[in-house]
Design a protein around this ligand. Structure first.
Ligand SMILES: [Zn+2]
Ligand SMILES: [Zn+2]
Length: 239
């Protein structure tokens, strides 16, 4: 969890430069009026649920004490080195992620990027993002907003390395096997890599199928390593 001394610093950093927020500013989650132009009030901020450091070393989801790797990652190796998220896709974090996704709120990207910054590895060369579906283009794309904020905060260059070549049905409606089939070959790299280590950003990690397909496309184009950062991680019942 975050030390309270760092809370206001983090909120201020997240809200810096925000001019598009309603005046007077209100908390994005509970609508309470705010004295400062920050995206959420301190109460809601403190309620954001974050993962403990102990988790699956590959996908980051919580695991029991005795194992380092969750059952899913043990059964099926991932093309990415690891994936990390701020916390589970529920409660206030879910509200913030949906706000970023459907309203393209930049202030939320700034706030979420503050949390994700600690996961950006010093050895990374580039930041990229899961591209938009060609059939569901939004004026502001959540994964790109988040990637660009992380780039600004970390100093790492952001670049669109992937395109999605065809529109696919939303993953949410599909089984795990259908998800894999649905996305097969849907992502291609826009250029060849030369062994660069890439941070791949998306809004939500669900089964990891999207991240895995994107990572595989980057690796086969010549990029050296893919590490995945998402704002939230959907925890399934069977865990
Ligand atoms: Zn609030
Ligand atoms: Zn795992």
């Amino acid at each position: 969890m975050w030390r309270s001394s760092s809370l206001s610093e983090l909120l201020t950093a997240a809200g810096r430069g925000v001019t598009a927020l309603l005046f007077p500013p209100r908390c994005f989650v509970c609508s309470v009026p705010l004295a400062e132009p920050v995206p959420v009030c301190l109460e809601c901020f403190r309620e954001i649920e974050t993962f403990e450091d102990k988790g699956c070393v590959i996908c980051g989801r919580p695991v029991t004490e005795e194992v380092d790797i969750c059952r899913e990652c043990a059964v099926e190796p991932k093309p990415f080195t690891w994936a990390r998220a701020i916390g589970p896709h529920r409660g206030i974090l879910r509200t913030l992620v949906l706000g970023l996704k459907y309203e393209g709120e930049r202030a939320l990207a700034r706030l979420l990027a503050c949390f994700l910054l600690r996961f950006v590895p010093p050895e990374a060369d580039l930041i990229t993002f899961v591209p938009q579906d060609p059939g569901r283009q939004r004026p502001r794309h959540a994964a790109e907003l988040l990637a660009r904020e992380l780039s600004r905060k970390s100093g790492l260059r952001a670049a669109q390395l992937l395109v999605k070549t065809r529109s696919t049905p939303p993953q949410i409606s599909l089984s795990y096997e259908e998800r894999k089939e649905n996305l097969k070959g849907a992502f291609v790299a826009r250029r060849g890599g030369r062994g660069e280590r890439v941070v791949l950003v998306d809004d939500v990690y669900t089964t990891g199928t999207t991240a895995a397909e994107c990572a595989a496309a980057l690796l086969s184009a010549g990029f050296g390593e893919v590490m995945v950062l998402t704002a939230s991680h959907t925890i399934h019942d069977e865990d």
